[in-house]
Structures are given as structure tokens and as C-alpha cells.
Design a protein around this ligand. Sequence first.
Ligand code: BG6
Length: 481
Amino acid sequence: MDCSTFVLFGATGDLAKRKIIPALFELFLSQKLPTPFSIIGSSIIEYTDDVFHDHVKSSIDSFSHHSSSDPKMSDFLHLIRYCKVDVTKDLEYERLYSLIKAQETALHISENRLFYLSVAPQFFGVIVKKLQESKIVQTNGWKRLLIEKPFGHDVTSARDLNEKLSRVFDEEEIYRIDHYLGKPMVQNLETLEFANPVLQTLWNNEYIANVQITASEIVGVEKRAAYYEKAGAIRDMFQNHLLQLLMMFSMHFPNGFSAKNIRQEKRKVMEAVRPIKKEDVFKEVIRGQYGPGEINGEQVIGYKKEPGVDPSSTNDTFIAARLWIDDSLWKGVPFYIRTGKRMKEKSTRIVIEFKNTKYNKQTEPNLLEIGINPESEVSLQLNSRNPLKEGEIEPIHVDFTPEQRGIPEAYENILVDALEGDATFFAHWKEVELSWQLVQPILEAFEENLVPLHDYSSGSYGPKAAHILLEEDGFFWWSID
Ligand code: BG6
């Protein structure tokens, strides 16, 4: 890995504290960071290096399984400097530039610079512009941009943002984070499918009846009403994480396993997804919002009563959709996708229901469940004759749960890949654009209230309408326990 400088914009923010700083420390301890390496934290807050170091320690104490009293802590802090930057002010970039250069000289680091924008999206454009004007991005080594979601608010704003970024960074230099792509089981999908002829042979419309992708959450809107009221489940989860899962699951065998080839296959999936016309959204998409209810024995309030939420809000906290991929592998197979807050359980999983054979006895369908979150697991449901029950045929489960301890967190994978220049598990612009194109008519139908807003009780599996969506096709949502 090349020695490099890691500039973190938004270093005092929530994501940095919860995820990025703990991930950097973990990588430092496991010697997965480049050496030498320089980390420069920046935000609008006026901190000294010492105060920022205290912030780093408190992040480790609160959000990692290590402690700030770790003997390696002082070596880690030695890599870290702080620079206050008001991202709208030219002069402040000059100070940042001087610090980057000073550290490069002091630590003998080549001019490889990675800029991580963990800031509110309205600042993405201005930061990139000022990085260019200040010449910070004119390096003798490589430059890379790591950028958090949301990437745009709709198709037009996403294109606009991409245009701004592309004036300064080439597509190969932009690493768009979708933290679902950093999850170990999502990274394992390609291997499960392509390294197992037994599965690969069945991975198509001849054998698969339907595919169900679920990302359900127990948490509600938490303290994020200002953001979530504008985003809804559709922008928060569906346009990015869920469509990424769809692409990773259904891509065809790539012509080699490079980032370029894999991302090309993902793009082809999105190109083959049948668009949903605005006037048809009500038939294919279910919109829901949580009401009060009980979760794990605790009464919780409905969305409209949450602090910061408009009491007459029509925002979606749940969305389910039926999608079709009109290509040679998947034509005729419905893909059911749903996500929601305040549901019964925290679970991200893909369930593949296989078509039934012409066996002359009543059997359950074979199911393959791929658990992504919170546990990584794979479970296969087969039929078996039970000799203790007069030969009755029963479903049995073959389960595999990989060892969870020591598995890198999504953000550790993301940081290592970006530092190594491996873009496989980042979203290419074309994937993002095609996802927005698919979602745009749905957004418009929601905004124009062309789709009913279904209530669901907190602690449930979502609105009844989402179950009817599958029943129309003779299916139902599976959960293998
Ligand atoms: C984030 C969303 O991207 O993903 C959150 O903004 C959501 O609303 C979170 O809670 C879920 O991520 P995970 O990894 O817990 O499934």
C-alpha cells in the first residue's frame, strides 16, 4: 500500500466518531494502514491537536472494543494532526495545504492524497472546487475522493453533483461509499454464486421462483428528523443500499473479477431493470409510515409524533417494491424488495425461493437465505423424510454461520480498499445514475400522492399491503428461523 495522507473533512462529526476513527485505529493496530501515513482531521470547529486527540480517544472508548489506554495509542495519535477549515473560505485551504505538505516532509510521504468527505452533502461541491483552486489536488502521486451518501436528492441533483466532482476528479479517483458494499456477506455474494457450481447452475429463472430482499430495522427516525423528513426510506435505503444488494445478487458471471468487470455487470443489471412508470407506481410499490406500537415489550410513538417531524407528514418510513430484471437470466422472476424503520426485527437478508419439483407429495419449496445483518449466515431449506413421523416430509435446514469474531467492520474494508485503490465495492457513477433513474418516477408519485400511504404498527412486519403485493403472485414473505 502506498504511503499517503488521509484528509478527513467532518472529523468532529458523528460518523467520524462512531465509525471512521475506530476503523482507522483498528487498521492501525492490525498494521493494515500504509507506513508512513498521515491523518489530518478537519472541521469548522477550532481545535488544537491536543483537543482533537482527546476527541479521538473518546471515540475509541465509546465506539470501539479497544481502549484509549492501549499502549499503541500514542503511536496512533502521532500520525494525527488537526486543521480547522471553514470549507467556504479560500485562506483556510492554504493552511490545510501547508499542514499536508509539512507532514509529508516530516514523515517522508509521497504526494498520495485521499480526501474523505464526511460532511453534509451541500458542501461536497464547494470542497472539491476549493481543493482544486488551492492546488491541494495537484500532486505528484495519486489523489482520491471518498464520498458518503447521499449522492444527490434526485436524478437531476445527482447529475449536477457528479458534474462538479468530475471537473476535479476522474471517475477512477472517486470512491462513492455505500456501506452495505463493505459488509462481509455482501462481499461474499460473488463467491457464493460464482465459486459454487451447485448454486451457479440454479441462479436463474429456470429454477428460481422469486427473490426477496429485506432490510428491516427496529430503530425509528432517532434524532435525524431534519434529514429523514426530506429523504424517507426511499432515498435513505432503497435507492442506494437495496438496489446495490439487487445488483450484487443478480449480476451475471463477469469476464474476470476486476473492479471494472464487476461494476460493468452491475450496471447491466440496472439497465435491464424494467422501469416503473409514474402512473403504475401504485401497482408495484407500497409506501408506509409507522404508527405507535410495541417493540421488545416497550411502547413506542408513531412517526408523526417523533420530535422534529411534521405532525401531518406523509413521509415514507417503509417501502416495498416488485421489480423485474428483463435479461436472459432473470426474465419472469419477481424481485421483492422492502425496507422499513420500527419493524419487528433488525434483519438484512436475501431469501431465494426455488421453484417446486413435480414430486408427487406435498413439499415446501427449497429456500436459500443469505443473512447479511446483524448476523452473516447462510441457510438452505431442503425437504426430508422423517422416519419418526411415518415418513412425513418435513423441511430441514442446513445452516452455516461464519465465525464473526475478528471479522473487519464495513468501514475497515472501505478504508483499506480506498487506500489500495480497489474500487470493486464502491458505487460507480453509472450505477448511481441508473438507480436514480429507476427511483425518480416513484419519488414523483410519492410527492404527488398518487400512491396510498399505509399505516403500520411499530413492531410489525410492515403494512398489510406489502403482503398483498406478494399474494397477488401466489407468494409470501419468508423468514426462516
Ligand atoms: C444508513 C441509513 O445508511 O443505514 C440509516 O441512513 C440506517 O437510516 C442505516 O439505519 C442501516 O445500516 P445498517 O448497517 O445498520 O443496516
